[in-house]
Design a protein around this ligand. Structure first.
Ligand code: ZN
Length: 184
């Protein structure tokens, strides 16, 4: 029998290994084209270090949050490997890819207040990671106007999520403030 601590650690490592395999052909859309797993490690780091999140299910779901949306992994596979709670959390933060992108973005805003506390925390870490990457490595072909639009949308989603984890919310505000492009 593993101790609680060892089994918590084990599930997060398993999630990282599984996500690395699933996203292995995917790159971030930023100008550095980083391996996709970097984003998932970033989200895990934000949840743990900035957010103080210690629940292994939240940490593992944070690592797995893009697996269904971006790699077409069946939710049942997540459940079989990681259990129902992690599957449910991943599904809460998964967009319906059959909808057009503009509609998906609108739904993120309207659904945000209905999400569970744990799903909101994952969304917050995701938005911090995405906006930080946008500042550091703006995608090619994204003029300032498009970046500003993305930021404004991310802020509306975060505003609708507030109340879940004040440290992550403050970190989002700091990232937004700091990275505000100037003189372009
Ligand atoms: Zn993500």
């Amino acid at each position: 029998m593993l101790s609680d601590e060892a089994s918590s650690f084990s599930i997060v490592i398993q999630a990282l290994s599984y996500a690395a395999e699933k996203h292995r052909h995917q790159r971030r859309k930023g100008s550095d084209h980083a391996p996709y797993i970097n984003h998932l490690i970033d989200v895990l780091d934000l949840l743990w270090r900035v957010g103080g999140e210690r629940d292994p299910a939240v940490l593992a779901a944070g690592v797995l949050h893009d697996v269904v949306e971006d790699t077409g992994t069946p939710p049942a596979e997540i459940e079989a490997r990681f259990g129902k709670r992690i599957r449910d959390l991943v599904m809460e933060v998964t967009d319906d890819k059959t909808l057009p992108q503009a509609e998906r973005k609108r739904l993120q805003e309207t659904h945000a207040p209905m999400l569970s506390r744990d799903a909101r925390v994952i969304k917050l870490a995701d938005k911090i990671s995405n906006v930080r990457d946008l500042h550091r490595y703006p995608p090619e072909g994204w003029p300032l106007e498009r970046r500003n639009e993305y930021e404004a949308w991310a802020k509306r989603v975060v505003d609708a999520l507030r109340g879940a984890n004040p440290a992550l919310e403050a970190e989002f505000d700091r990232v937004l403030e700091q990275g505000h492009p100037s003189g372009e």
